[in-house]
Design a protein around this ligand. Structure first.
Ligand code: DGL
Length: 270
C-alpha cells in the first residue's frame, strides 16, 4: 500500500516533494494527467471524469488514500466524488483546507465558528476554473470574517510550466501580479492556489514584494498528511515502491520533472 498523489500534470510534484521529505518511509505513487493538462480551462464534468479516472488508477496501484494535489480538481470534482464515487474503504482528500487553516491561524480540524483574523486583504492566484468555483472564498467564509479576497485567474501559466517554458511563465506571473495590483493595490497575503505555481515561487515573491506573505501548499499539505496518517495509520503500509505515472509523453514529462525537482525522476506510462 502506498499513498497516491494526483495532479493534472507537474504541479503536484511540489506536494510530493514536501510529503516525501516529511514522510521518508512512505512510498508515494504519483499520477500526472499531463496529456489532459491544463484542467483549469475545462468544465466541471470534464474535470470530474478525468479526476475519477486518475484516482481509480491510483487505487489499482495499491493506494487507499489519494491526495488531490490539484486545486482545480479539488474545487470542481472532490465534493461530488466524496458524495458518491469514492469506495468506503478508500479516501480522497483535497488541498484547500490546510492552506485556509494556515491563513486563518487554525489548528487542524478546528471547526469553531468564523472569527476575525490578522489578514484583511488577500490576493488569490489560481486557475480560471478554481477562481470560477469560488471554493476558496467558501472555505474561508467557514473560518474567518472580514477578509477581502481578490482573485486573479492566471490564464496560460499552467501551460507554460507544463511546456517547461520558464521565460514565458515569468512574464505571465509578472503580468498577473500587475493585474491583481490594479484591483487590490496592497494585499497583505497572497495564496498560490494552484500547485503548479510554487514552481515559480521566487518570481511571485519578487513581483509582490517582501511585505506580502506568500502561502503555498506543499509544506502545509505535507504536514497535514503526516498528522492524518498518525491518526489513520491503516491508510498506509510499508513495502511498496514509489512510482511516477503519466498519461503524457514519458520522456518529456520525466525531463521537466527532473528539472523542477533537481533530482532524477522517471515517469512510466499510466
Ligand atoms: N496544479 C493544478 C491546480 O492546482 C493545475 C490545474 C490545471 O491543470 O489547470 O490547480
Amino acid at each position: 500500500m502506498a499513498v497516491g498523489i494526483f495532479d493534472s500534470g507537474l504541479g503536484g510534484l511540489t506536494v510530493l516533494d514536501a510529503a516525501s521529505r516529511q514522510l521518508p518511509d512512505v512510498p508515494f505513487v504519483y499520477y500526472g494527467d499531463n496529456a489532459n493538462a491544463p484542467y483549469g480551462v475545462r468544465d466541471a464534468d470534464d474535470i470530474y471524469e478525468l479526476t475519477t479516472r486518475g484516482c481509480a488508477r491510483l487505487f489499482e496501484a495499491g493506494c487507499d488514500l489519494v491526495i488531490l494535489a490539484c486545486n482545480t480538481a479539488s474545487a470542481a470534482a472532490l465534493r461530488r466524488m466524496q458524495e458518491g464515487w469514492v469506495p468506503t474503504d478508500k479516501r480522497v482528500l483535497g488541498v484547500f483546507v490546510p492552506l485556509i487553516e494556515a491563513l486563518t491561524e487554525r489548528q487542524w480540524g478546528d471547526n469553531s465558528p468564523p472569527r476575525e483574523v490578522a489578514v484583511e486583504h488577500v490576493a488569490l492566484f489560481a486557475t480560471p476554473a478554481t477562481v470560477a468555483s469560488r471554493a476558496f472564498q467558501r472555505e474561508l467564509a467557514f473560518r474567518a470574517i472580514g477578509v477581502d479576497v481578490e482573485a486573479q485567474a492566471c490564464g496560460g501559466l499552467v501551460d507554460a510550466i507544463e511546456e517547461g517554458d520558464l521565460i514565458l511563465a515569468e512574464v505571465l506571473v509578472r503580468g498577473h501580479v500587475d493585474a491583481l495590483r490594479r484591483k487590490m493595490p496592497r494585499p497583505q497575503a497572497a495564496i498560490l492556489g494552484c500547485t503548479h505555481y510554487p514552481l515559480m515561487l521566487d518570481i511571485f515573491q519578487e513581483a509582490l514584494g517582501p511585505d506580502v506573505t506568500v502561502y503555498s501548499q506543499a509544506q502545509l499539505v505535507a504536514a497535514s498528511l503526516e498528522d492524518y496518517l498518525k491518526r489513520h495509520p491503516a491508510m498506509v503500509g510499508p513495502g511498496e515502491e514509489s512510482l511516477f505515472l503519466t498519461t503524457g509523453d514519458t520522456r518529456k514529462v520525466s525531463n521537466n520533472a527532473t528539472q523542477f525537482l533537481r533530482r532524477q525522476i522517471t515517469f512510466l506510462p499510466a
